[in-house]
Design a protein around this ligand. Sequence first.
Ligand SMILES: *[C@@H]1O[C@H](CO)[C@@H](O)[C@H](O)[C@H]1NC(C)=O
Length: 293
Amino acid sequence: MAATNCFHYHLATIFSLAILSLPPLAFPATFTFVNQCSYTVWPGILSNAGTAQLSTTGFSLSSGASLPVPVPPSWSGRMWGRTLCSLNPDTGRFACLTGDCGFGAIECAGGGAATPATLAEFTLDGAGGLDFYDVSLVDGFNLPMLVSPRGGGGGGNCTVTGRAVDLNARCPAELRAAGGGGCRSACEAFGEAKYCCSGEYATPDTCGPSEYSAAFKSACPRAYSYAYDDGTSTFTCASADYVITFCPAPSTSEKSSERSSSALLVSSGGDLRVKPSFWSIFAIFVAAMYVAV
Ligand SMILES: *[C@@H]1O[C@H](CO)[C@@H](O)[C@H](O)[C@H]1NC(C)=O
């Protein structure tokens, strides 16, 4: 009897030590896509090279709908909204007027966004264990997008980025994409090195903002407007979840649109952000072992 108890006791100790020596458990983040546009948006998701694709790479999100997508630790990639999509009944191909990923289906399956497209870019667990994120207009604009961190903290300027303003209405004629397909970047419209930060303009010192990127920047001060716009456009957060909102209410400030998207989350039920800590799981495990002996 004593021998059995002793055996159990050692078993508990060995298990505890084995668990202690494991790397801290990493829990996936949740990215919740919210569509506040008055029309359907088809989000597209592309993982960076060397990073596995997520469980979905594209889906339909009707007006007013939201969808949480689990994202594994250390994921990096981008997401955007596709608009005016339809299935061609003759060819069976799915295609979108903006943001099309060229795959011919609702899933993008490794395809990136056709320009112009507003992009949200993420690197989770990057330098210093922080998440890096931004909203980019470097590849043009098709939809207003907002990225709002939820429940993160512990370092960095963990705040909402992007903007509700619809740049299509302010797009200069020479940047307008055909058929109302968004607002092109000056790089795409004119193909000149000074707009693309290429060739002799390929360094932060030689490539400054252009009159076009400056106009984007004044409309969306927190978004990337050209290639070397990092300082005012990249945000960091520690182990947060993120809400990606298309067409956040244009008449409200960024703060109130953040509030309304969080209200939407609450009403859609369920706290998606419960991440049990390593130590709480460890404590439960140890308690269970002692109850067992
Ligand atoms: C946010 O913090 C990061 C990392 O410290 C920094 O690179 C970036 O410039 C900051 N962004 C803003 C908008 O201040």
